[in-house]
Ligand binder design. Structure first.
Ligand code: SF4
Length: 353
């Protein structure tokens, strides 16, 4: 059973690179870069237990204008990039957030906002939802369960109630409706040390329950495996589950996921302009596997094709079971129901990532 922590650990606790090599899948190298994921800063109005960034209200790490401008310059010369993926913390709290959205949209790129929902109700953020709609930003919002008890346990008191309020605010603007160009995707991650259930099945449950109880519609549900990094890693240690969780991920290594790993087509840039192979590597301070180390060293992102990708033990989190990425499961994902490639092509003039 994929969710059973009692699953026998493999005889060898081998590293990720070796697991790839034994199946003839090493070295892991980059394809053309289609997505730049920008972590604009670690400040957040929440401090969730599963957060691999360890974000929270007291964090001060934030991107400045000079770095944001450099990113837009590099994007201008990166013809393979179709998508800018803004994350944090709560990216909306960063002073550069709107500058990056407007700049990326002016370049014809699709923009994703990884939104915790509650930030849309924070003082000073009253017009953020309308701003997102005006610029056709795709909202990818965390909602780890359809019940108050589970969400509040993972994310804090009254977070579920406020998340539903924020979803209603987005719905009034047209987000999540079938056929709407205002895309709303929801993100599920398990409440603890288990793998996510099958994405398509869980999506059907979310769709039914959110519609029935709250009148809320959305486009896709993305299931994401918890990464044993930072705050979640420490919670595992405290509960004595760190080794068992690591064994669970390794035991469910699925070579079929490797061709679709997000690091093959995505580059991550931190608030300080440093480049990484993904947001997880960024939090572990693992630099980009290729030569460029910062956004100032990379003339464009097209030149990174073919570079090696830096991997470590946490990468088993991306290859366990059906696989995991910021875009949800890597295998057996149901195609988007209400917003297809045609909409992305129409909006951006480029192929969807
Ligand atoms: S953790 Fe990052 S580098 Fe490792 S497999 Fe996942 S996306 Fe790739």
């Amino acid at each position: 059973m994929p969710n059973d922590l009692r699953v026998a650990p493999p005889l060898e606790q081998r590293g990720f690179g070796e697991a790839l090599a034994r199946r003839g899948l090493a070295p892991l190298t980059r394809h053309p870069v289609t997505t730049l994921q920008i972590n604009v800063g670690w400040r957040c109005d929440l401090a969730c237990t599963h957060c691999h960034v360890e974000a929270g209200p007291k964090r001060t790490e934030m991107m400045d204008r000079k770095t944001a401008d450099r990113i837009l310059t590099v994007l201008r010369g990166s013809s393979s990039v179709t998508t800018v993926d803004l994350t944090g913390g709560a990216p909306e709290l960063n002073a550069q957030f709107r500058h990056l959205v407007v700049g990326a949209r002016a370049l014809g790129l699709q923009v994703i906002d990884r939104c915790n929902l509650t930030v849309l109700l924070e003082p000073g953020q009253e017009d953020t939802a309308a701003f997102l709609a005006e610029h056709l930003v795709r909202v990818v919002a965390s909602l780890p369960c359809t019940t108050e008890e589970t969400v509040d346990a993972q994310r804090g008191r009254r977070v579920f109630e406020r998340s539903i309020e924020a979803l209603h605010k987005l719905a009034r603007l047209g987000y999540g409706r079938p056929g709407s160009p205002l895309t709303l995707d929801l993100v599920y991650n398990p409440p603890g040390a288990t793998l996510p259930p099958p994405q398509a099945k869980l999506e059907a449950i979310y769709r039914q329950e959110l519609k029935e109880h709250f009148g809320i519609e959305f486009h896709r549900l993305l299931t994401i495996t918890n990464m044993p990094i930072r705050r979640f890693a420490r919670a595992l240690e405290r509960e004595g589950k760190a080794d068992a969780y690591s064994s669970l991920l390794i035991a469910h290594f699925n070579p079929e996921t490797v061709s679709g790993l997000m690091c093959r087509s995505l580059v991550s840039v931190g608030y300080d302009g440093r480049l990484h192979d993904c947001d997880f590597n960024q939090m572990l301070d693992l630099p980009l596997g290729g030569k460029a180390r910062t956004i100032w060293e990379a003339a464009d992102l097209t030149g990174l094709e073919g570079d090696p990708i830096e991997t470590a033990r946490h990468c088993f989190g991306c290859t366990a079971g059906a696989g995991s990425s910021c875009g949800g499961t890597l295998l057996n994902a149901k195609p988007a129901r209400a917003r297809g490639s045609e909409v992305v092509r129409k909006e951006t003039g480029r192929e969807p990532s």
